[in-house]
Design a protein around this ligand. Structure first.
Ligand code: GLC
Ligand code: CA
Length: 558
């Protein structure tokens, strides 16, 4: 068995802008993270995924990099980053950097040079095309954040392609110099001794230009760019080359953000000699999305949908690759509203969700604030939002004739700012995030939901997460929880998400009641002993288990 360190790790994602502000300018920073390392160590984490801290005009909060070798001054200096790596190392924590190489910022010197003239030596480093015959964009592709994916440059009378915002021009991966320059940069970071990379939007690097205009039924004539830009034929050569030139030479962890990867492709991505160690899938976090996309009413999914989604990839990981387990990150609203679909947060359900995903096969990722039960923020004015995609979408909704209330309701449900509000540390003003004016408002529930209160209360979500982490890392059941096969069970049970971890050291069953009603579960075998529950008295006999509302149990079975 290949017992790599990162398979046994717990990862914690820090969104630097919102984590902790040390110099009180209202923006989280590297020194702020250093101050909180003991908190993370106590929680039991081994690896920090740091969302981008590179120099950036911050059009997309750092996912638009203008210098890959520099740190954004808002966050600190390269010395601060080195200090963070070193202070973390002292605590046996590694730092995973975010690698954003599908695109750069339009303020990167490469792009400035590329834009200068058609004859620029870097012209081909980005994707430039002549206008269509009517002078409009070369194709009808819609960018992920809305509007045409092509931006016109009057100076050279050509358009450049941007899958994301117009300030995020796509690098041209067809150009060998680009690939070499990126690989050089990646190795430079790895030589620093970082723990690895989370690789941003990497399934977008290959485009199928021959597809031209795509079919559309939308009123604006635009069509989803993903059809021509997501996981396209030919991508594997680029990814293989990148891995061989960089990742393969280091003992690191890589996790790819990889929408569009089909289950059949998983071996190529994360199998033995795959491009990455793990990848983030989207099916479970997007299960409430219908064909009309993320801003439309959520679809009414059933527990059986969720079971099928998880089963598909988990079963692959029994033999190939390794899972990246998550329910929250900086691109999705908080998990409670999505998976529980109730207005009022419920601690029992939050604990149940933790059990639901953390004991599957793979490495668990915890997003900052998830461990203390942070929930979506409902700001009453669009002025209070920051995320470019949110603001664009709000404006589109208003133009389409929706009322402010309707548009705001969609924002409350889907905005990425829901998970980007400042970390809630304590009851003091601005939740102890800053003494200054926070760049994004703190969620008004902070006097109740914060780290300090969580630590004080032994029944809190925070202590429950610690318990789960401990159970996975350092208990009689670690072997089963780490290496056991995932077996989907009780697939027809309408209320309970259930699976088994099968291992020679002991078989565990994980049962999660997704409803606020009591229910019962029977197994083929017998229940031996309760290993963990989010209630103090679980009702079980050898033959069956009574589950209370939102109860989650881990149980030894024969
Ligand atoms: C990824 C990031 C997201 C960013 C996008 C463009 O999806 O997680 O935050 O906006 O890529 O870089
Ligand atoms: Ca600061």
């Amino acid at each position: 068995m290949n017992e790599k360190w990162w398979k046994q790790s717990i990862v914690y994602q820090v969104y630097p802008k919102s984590f902790h502000d040390n110099n009180h300018d209202g923006i989280g920073d590297l020194q702020g993270i250093i101050k909180k390392l003991d908190y993370l160590k106590d929680l039991g984490i081994d690896l920090i995924w740091l969302s981008p801290v590179y120099q950036s005009p911050m059009d997309d909060n750092g996912y638009d990099i203008s210098d890959y070798y520099k740190i954004a001054p808002e966050f600190g200096t390269m010395e601060d980053l080195d200090e963070l790596i070193e202070e973390a190392r002292k605590r046996d924590i590694k730092i995973m950097m975010d690698l954003v190489i599908n695109h750069s910022s339009d303020e990167h010197e490469w792009f400035i040079e590329s834009k200068r003239s058609k004859n620029s030596p870097k012209r081909d480093w980005y994707i430039w095309r002549d206008p269509a015959s009517d002078g409009g964009p070369p194709t009808n592709w819609r960018s992920v954040f809305g509007g045409s994916a092509w931006e016109y440059d009057a100076n050279t009378n050509q358009y450049y392609l941007h899958v994301f915002s117009r300030k995020q021009p796509d690098l041209n991966w067809e150009n060998k110099e680009v690939r070499q320059e990126l690989a050089k940069m990646v190795s430079w970071w790895l030589d620093k001794g970082i723990g690895g990379f989370r690789v941003d939007a990497i399934t977008f690097i290959k485009k199928s230009f021959e597809l031209g205009n795509l079919q559309t039924y939308a009123a604006d004539g635009l069509a989803n760019i993903q059809e021509a830009s997501l996981n396209q034929p030919g991508i594997h050569e680029f990814l293989h080359e990148l891995r061989e030139a960089t990742f393969a030479n280091y003992d690191i962890a890589t996790v790819a953000e990889a929408p569009g990867v089909q289950d059949a492709d998983l071996p190529l991505y994360v199998g033995e000699n795959g491009h990455f160690n793990m990848l983030f899938e989207f099916n479970h976090v997007d299960l409430d999305l219908g064909p009309e996309g993320k801003w439309a009413e959520p679809v009414n999914w059933s527990l059986s949908d969720l079971k099928q989604i998880m089963k598909k990839s988990q079963e692959v990981y029994n033999t190939t690759g390794w899972g990246a387990l998550y329910i929250e990150n900086h691109d999705h609203p908080r998990s409670f509203t999505k998976f529980i679909r109730k207005a009022e947060a419920d601690l029992r359900a939050q604990k149940m969700l933790a059990v639901f995903y953390m004991f599957m096969k793979g490495t668990p990722f915890i997003y900052q604030g998830q461990e203390i039960g942070m929930v979506n923020a409902h700001f009453s004015s669009i002025e209070d939002y920051d995320d470019l995609a949110t603001i664009d979408q709000y404006q589109v909704a208003i133009q389409d004739g929706h009322t402010h209330e309707e548009a705001l309701k969609a924002v409350w449900r889907r905005s990425r700012d829901n998970s980007r509000t400042p970390m809630q540390w304590d009851c003091s003003s601005n939740a102890g995030f800053t003494n200054g004016n926070p760049w994004l408002n703190v969620n008004s529930n902070y006097p109740k939901v914060n780290v300090e209160n969580n630590i004080k209360d032994s029944e809190s979500l925070y202590h429950f997460y610690k318990k789960l982490i401990n159970l996975r890392k350092d208990s009689h059941y670690s072997e089963s929880l780490l290496w056991g096969d995932y077996v989907s069970i009780l697939e027809d049970h309408p209320e309970v998400f259930a699976y088994k971890r099968v291992h020679k050291s002991g078989n565990l069953v994980i049962l999660c009641n997704f409803t606020d009603k009591e229910t019962t579960v029977e197994l083929d075998g017998t229940f031996q002993e309760i290993v963990l529950s989010n209630y103090s008295n679980s009702g079980f006999s050898k033959e069956h288990m009574n589950l209370k509302p939102y109860e989650a149990v881990v149980c030894l079975v024969d």
